[in-house]
Design a protein around this ligand. Structure first.
Ligand SMILES: [Zn+2]
Length: 394
């Protein structure tokens, strides 16, 4: 397929090119240049702007059935991995209902231009298989980070209880069926667990410094910060870091491929706002996620809009909207270490076709600002994943 005369955001700097031709073959961008001549089917895209498909870098899609339940409860009562309402809900709801609402959320994300999401999946191997079943026939890409539901008490963490041998087999089975592990946090895991999980060659991710409470608990129980202890996992990336100290950010910048911030989820839980200016200052690679569907809607347009403005409002300083858009696209490709989230030769052809003349956008005087805080589901003409149109028409 050849897209003729299309505007694009090219490469890992999202460089705006007013008009160019794009050839897509075998699910990838094969050639991007002026005037590609061909006998192949070509489509005139004069009115369209092509941007990379969004990567929603952190979700818990399985709790889609729990939308806005116990909205006034504190964070632990809602989503604690051992005793939160969410766990009860996931255990007690018939699988059929969970599947229905997972599927709805996945379909909704595609319509909003999300072409990949990275999900933390609880419930061990069964949880992973349930998610895979729910996504069967939904063309979105999903990076599944599973976990074996094994947690330690504060005392067990203090004693550094050894990782039970029988868990190794469970972990191996789990990892055969998913893309890596997504650990709830250091406050439920003895160092021996984290070190065992660190051995996997697949993706290793963990929540860290999400709340003031979790930061204080870690200090009190172990004398170390959550982020210091998270390093035992040799993490590929960290989630939240809302209450990370300067030292924590230094560790993250040096030892991980990124931080996923979830500003709307943090705010919805009244648990602060991640300081992305500071994270950037320390050289962290930043991405963005919408977190629990129970708490927040899986919409990257809204997440970008919120993050951009809350960052400038809190810091009373300007923040470049292009950097926000990178968080939802190219930075995520870097974090996953995959050729994804970027319109460039040899990268996966996952992208969004934006109608340049849509009511909310025209005239586009600053393409980055327009996408970050004006575009929405309504500005999308179609969505492509792996070279196939999966939503809308061209
Ligand atoms: Zn999370």
């Amino acid at each position: 397929m050849i897209l003729k005369n299309i505007s694009i955001l090219y490469g890992n700097q999202l460089k705006y090119i007013e008009s160019i031709d794009v050839k897509i073959k075998n699910g990838k961008f094969e050639k991007i240049s002026n005037k590609i001549s061909t006998k192949e089917k070509s489509i005139d895209c004069t009115n369209l702007l092509l941007i990379p498909g969004f990567v929603n870098s952190h979700t818990h899609i399985a709790d889609s059935i729990g939308k806005d339940l116990s909205i006034d409860a504190d964070v632990d009562s809602k989503i604690h991995p051992m005793f939160g309402l969410k766990q009860k809900l996931l255990k007690e709801t018939p699988k059929k209902s969970l599947v229905k609402y997972i599927r709805n959320s996945a379909k909704s994300m595609i319509k909003k231009g999300i072409t990949t999401f990275i999900d933390f999946r609880e419930g061990g191997l069964d949880g992973v298989l349930l998610l895979k079943f729910a996504l069967d026939n939904v063309p979105i890409r999903c990076v599944i980070l599973g976990r074996i539901d094994y947690y330690n008490s504060k005392n067990e963490i203090k004693q550094n209880l050894p990782f039970p041998k029988e868990n190794n087999e469970k972990l191996a089975q789990l990892l055969k069926n998913c893309d890596g592990i997504g650990i709830s946090g250091t406050n439920e895991n003895a160092s021996s667990n984290l070190k065992s999980y660190a051995k996997t060659k697949k993706i290793r991710a963990i929540h860290a410094a999400e709340t003031k409470d979790s930061v204080n608990t870690s200090k009190k129980v172990t004398g170390k910060s959550e982020v210091q202890r998270a390093m035992l996992l040799n993490p590929s990336f960290l989630i939240h870091m809302t209450f990370a100290t300067n030292n924590d950010l230094k560790l993250a910048a040096k030892n991980t491929r990124g931080i996923v911030v979830c500003p709307r989820a943090n705010s919805a839980l009244s648990e602060g706002i991640p300081n992305i200016s500071l994270m950037q200052k320390y050289g962290c690679n930043l991405t963005i996620g919408t977190d629990n569907v129970m708490i927040n809607s899986p919409d990257i347009f809204r997440e970008m809009d919120y993050l951009w403005k809350v960052t400038m409002g809190m810091s009373q300083n300007r923040f470049d909207p292009k950097e926000i858009l990178k968080m939802a696209t190219v930075n995520a490709g870097k974090m996953l270490n995959q050729k994804i989230g970027c319109i460039q030769e040899n990268h996966l052809a996952d992208c969004i076709f934006i109608d340049k003349h849509s009511l909310d956008l025209e005239p586009i005087n600053n393409v980055y600002a327009s996408i970050v805080h004006r575009a929405s589901e309504k500005s999308i003409k179609s969505v492509m994943i792996g070279g196939e149109i999966v939503h809308g028409k061209l």
